[in-house]
Design a binder for this molecule. Structure first.
Ligand code: G3I
Length: 383
């Protein structure tokens, strides 16, 4: 703090000597005094270069720049809300539009949290990319226990898609219609996988063409929404990447209303740059919209329980964020750039430390909502 006050004094003296016009000099001095006053009041947030830097991600990006968000955090955390509403031009609901959240009991729909995010996004002039209609996991128990013949399954599946997509019709720009339908090991559709938890009850009860029907039902319910297939692992699993491309190409050829592909990019600092570039180039060659839909960059892929976040690690992470944004711009034609979305934006609320039970810092803002080197890497990659 003492160091800061002394810099402020030096800065004030500097401004007075500058050959600037009077009003600008007065404004500059006012800013300096304001900072000094904040220091004296003991404002808890440290005043750093980044906190007075007003360049936002959305102001520099030539396409929508988004983050997954959570309505409870918007309601309860002013730091979170400020960043959400100023840095981003696109919002993906992290959890509240998933099946378990929107239809927690059979035919009982729940839209309050989704509506809240839609209204927050509208206030802040953000696009909503909705996530997701059909996924093999995050299902309510009643779906897992659902009994019925194939007609009953089809009706339950169709009703869910039509009701949810219909409710948000005209309020969201796009949907991840089907999420993560392809197996990691052999590129076929999830069905009765080796690990039963990874299988898809949808494929099991509805047959392989459930994906095409999900897109048709979503399109009927909201004809203007852009519809995406979304999956992970495309940057390191060539077999899976090719299977996804074959799947969407076939859908497109059949006239199924698919507009785009989401490449999640849950990556880490060691992920091969070539893998990222190849995936983006191959996906772009489909001619569909390409959305980097869930970007985060782990710094602890080795699960080191004692890892300390060093400056070197932060710089490596920043370079990776910059690389991803630059490579997206270089590999995906402008007309196909649906945007880049990070999966949340603060290390405080990332899914990674919880899911992998390890220390990790994958996002552009730290756990106190300060900008990290990663933020500046992403910003640079977008410019
Ligand atoms: O809301 C309940 C809460 O009531 C309960 O007390 C608590 C106890 O476990 O669980 C809470 O639900 C958790 C939910 O996140 C909200 O925090 C679920 O257990 C937890 O499984 C869920 O995890 C989400 C996960 O998807 C599964 O739906 C993560 O937040 C979310 O980041 C993650 O996102 C996925 C994308 O949808 C698809 N791609 C991969 C990505 C990362 O896994």
């Amino acid at each position: 703090m003492e160091e800061l006050k002394s810099s402020v004094t030096t800065l004030s003296a500097y401004f007075i000597t500058l050959p600037l016009n009077r009003s600008f000099r007065l404004l500059s001095l006012f800013m300096v005094l304001l900072i000094t006053y904040s220091c004296k009041k003991g404002t808890p947030t440290p005043v750093t270069v980044s906190s007075v830097d007003t360049t936002t991600l959305r102001s520099v990006a030539s396409f929508p720049i988004g983050a997954a968000m959570n309505p409870d955090l918007i309601k309860s955390n002013t730091y979170y809300t400020k960043i959400a509403g100023t840095q981003y031009s696109s919002l993906t609901p992290e959890n509240v539009m998933k099946f378990a959240a929107t239809e927690p009991s059979l035919s009982q729909f729940s839209f309050a949290d989704g509506d809240y995010l839609v209204s927050f996004a509208a206030q802040k002039h953000m696009r909503v990319h909705a996530h997701n209609l059909i996924w093999y996991t995050s299902l309510p128990v009643w779906v897992i226990n659902f009994q019925g013949d194939s007609l009953a399954w089809e009706s339950m599946f169709k009703t869910h898609i039509e009701t949810v997509a219909g409710h948000f019709k005209g309020k969201v720009a796009s949907w991840d219609v089907v999420n993560e339908a392809i197996r990691d090991d052999n590129g076929t559709l999830r069905n009765q996988d080796v690990n039963a938890g990874d299988g898809s009850i949808w494929r099991r009860h509805l047959g392989p063409d459930y994906i095409a029907r999900a897109f048709q039902y979503a399109h009927e319910a909201d004809p203007n929404a852009l519809l995406f297939y979304n999956d992970y692992g495309q940057e390191y699993n060539g077999l899976k990447l090719d299977s996804i491309i074959a799947l969407v190409t076939k859908l497109k050829t059949r006239g199924i209303p698919i507009s785009g592909i989401g490449i999640q990019l849950h990556i880490d600092i060691n992920t091969s740059n070539t893998g990222i570039t190849t995936a983006l180039q191959k996906l772009a060659a489909t001619g569909l919209l390409i959305h980097i839909s869930e970007l985060d960059i782990s710094v602890n892929p080795g699960n080191n329980q004692n890892l300390v976040l060093t400056d070197a690690l932060m710089q490596t992470q920043a370079a990776k964020y910059q690389f991803v944004a630059q490579t997206y711009r270089a590999s995906v034609p402008v007309a196909q750039q649906y945007g880049i979305t990070t999966w949340e934006f603060s290390d405080a609320v990332s899914w990674i430390p919880v899911y992998y039970n390890r220390p990790d810092w994958p996002l552009p803002f730290d756990a106190s909502y300060n900008k990290k080197a990663a933020f500046y890497g992403l910003l640079k990659g977008l410019q």
